[in-house]
Design a protein around this ligand. Structure first.
Ligand code: HEM
Length: 448
């Protein structure tokens, strides 16, 4: 827990303490509202700031003077961090590097993670959605289906493993491994979390080492083959450690977050039956629905940056080498940017949540995550017109990666026919950097 040495009124400190309390896992919104009350930036200890304003989070993410939490920072804070393979794997990936390493890795990854590959997945995703949704009735136990176990996890795992070229037979092992590994992206973790994350990282490293060797012998049209080729090629290259770090990042980022987007989206639609009815009737509304789900229940609630030089953020002077906790979830509910921010309103104009970040690290998988949700949500509603909650869903015990660990529903009788058509392809919807207008575009090649 941070020691708070704030200079403002007591309740700024209380707002930060509220956010860091494990109870905020369940509902961080009261803490976000309290922070907004104290302005877009709150100092919480020496060199430690919480940023909750939309404009300020957006500006920090786009500012080249702000640095990601890289190996150099880790070295200054934690002498033996390399002994934890989970921390080391992320530090070798583009997520936790700065230029010039980040620019090189990002360019290589964006070159293989192309719009062509993602849009070619539309049919794969639709087929997988069909299959998963058709199988739901037989997965029911006592008339109840857990949509997390039976849909929102298996579907994104199936999609990202198809894209990477991970054999379908291996899919079953990744939920447990990703849950363990991503604990190191949270604000709080225990020794046990660290140990489990380390073990999961070792297993994933071994797994990808073997798969890369296999793909070198038998190349396929997949991301593992393409990234391994980028490792082997002359000129700009990935090191062996970077290859493993980025493959693991793509796998884990590819489904842990998308699982949460799907689960959050289903819960919100069950809570708002009139909107669900509209989406069921018109799947073309899916892009706007998905943006509003992303805004109000951001699957990634925060990230961090460090100042490389003194800066003024939200009117506050911040010294060099300060840590900025960027509260994406709070920025998405900033009343200075969004009217009635607590209201779920897919019709809101100019919706451009920061859920995929912005600037140089803008999420590489945003078009894919959007596409998966835009196909799945209306398809589920149309196949099961009487879909209803069968009890309260259970929250994942996570502050940052926000989602549900179980979501029990009754399906009701299925409607006839196959999967509903998804939203229209192209047309600046599913594959645009920000489907809701007022985009948050990344660098050239971002979301390519
Ligand atoms: C709803 C789903 C998703 C959400 C909310 C999400 C969110 C984010 C955010 C906030 C960042 C930026 C972090 C920062 O600036 O520190 C990011 C980066 C990234 N995401 Fe996603 N993501 C999602 C899905 C995906 C998918 C499906 C993939 C891959 C297939 C993916 C791959 C990546 C990668 C590689 C980065 C690092 C980019 C860089 O550092 O240049 N994400 N994501």
């Amino acid at each position: 827990m941070v020691t708070i040495t704030h200079e403002g009124p007591m309740d700024a400190a209380a707002a930060v303490a509220m956010l860091l309390d494990p109870r905020a896992n369940h509902d961080p919104v009261p803490a976000y509202e309290a922070l907004h009350h104290h302005g877009p930036v709150v100092r919480a200890g020496r060199g430690y700031y919480f940023v909750s304003g939309y404009a300020e989070v957006d500006a920090v993410l786009r500012d080249p003077g702000m640095e990601a939490y890289d190996a150099r920072r880790l070295d200054s804070q934690w002498s033996d961090w390399r002994d934890n393979r989970a921390v080391a794997l992320f530090a070798d990936s583009m997520l936790r590097t700065n230029p010039p390493q980040h620019t090189r890795m990002r360019r290589l990854a964006a070159g293989v993670f192309t719009a062509r590959r993602v849009s070619a997945l539309r049919e794969v995703i639709t087929a997988q959605v069909d299959e998963a949704i058709e199988a739901l009735p037989e997965r029911a136990q006592g008339g109840v289906v857990d949509l997390v176990g039976q849909l929102t996890y298996p579907l994104p795992i199936g999609v990202i493993t198809a894209l990477l070229g991970v054999p379908a037979a291996d899919r079953g092992r990744f939920r447990r491994l990703a849950e363990a590994l991503t604990a190191v992206l949270e604000v709080r973790w225990t020794e046990e979390d660290r140990r489990l994350a380390h073990e999961a990282a070792l297993e994933l490293e071994d797994y990808f080492t073997d798969l890369v060797a296999l793909r070198r012998e038998h190349p396929q049209d997949d991301l593992v083959t393409a990234l391994a080729a980028a490792h082997d090629a002359g000129g700009e290259q990935l090191t062996g450690a970077e290859l493993l770090g980025n493959l693991t990042l793509l796998l884990v980022a590819g489904f842990e977050t998308t699982t949460n987007l799907l689960g959050n989206g289903i819960v919100l639609l069950l809570e708002h039956p009139a909107y669900a009815e509209r989406l069921r009737a018109d799947p073309g509304l899916a892009p706007a629905y998905v943006e509003e789900v992303l805004r109000i229940e951001s699957p990634v609630q925060l990230t961090e940056r460090y100042t490389s030089r003194p800066a003024v953020i939200g009117g506050i002077e911040v010294p060099a080498d300060a840590e900025l906790v960027l509260l994406l979830g709070a920025a998405n509910r900033d009343p200075a940017r969004f009217g009635d921010p607590g209201v779920f309103d897919p019709d809101r104009p100019g919706n451009a949540p920061l859920s995929f970040g912005a600037g140089a690290h803008y999420c590489l998988g945003a078009p894919l995550a959007r596409l998966e949700a835009q196909i799945t949500l209306p398809a589920l509603l149309r196949r099961f017109p009487e879909l209803a909650p069968a009890g309260p869903p259970t929250r994942r015990p996570r502050m940052n990666l926000r989602g549900w660990s179980s979501l029990p529903v009754t399906l009701g009788p299925p409607a006839g026919g196959g999967t509903a058509p998804g939203p229209p392809a192209g047309g600046g919807t599913a594959l645009s950097p920000s489907a809701g207008g007022g985009a948050t575009p990344g660098p050239p090649g971002a979301g390519a």
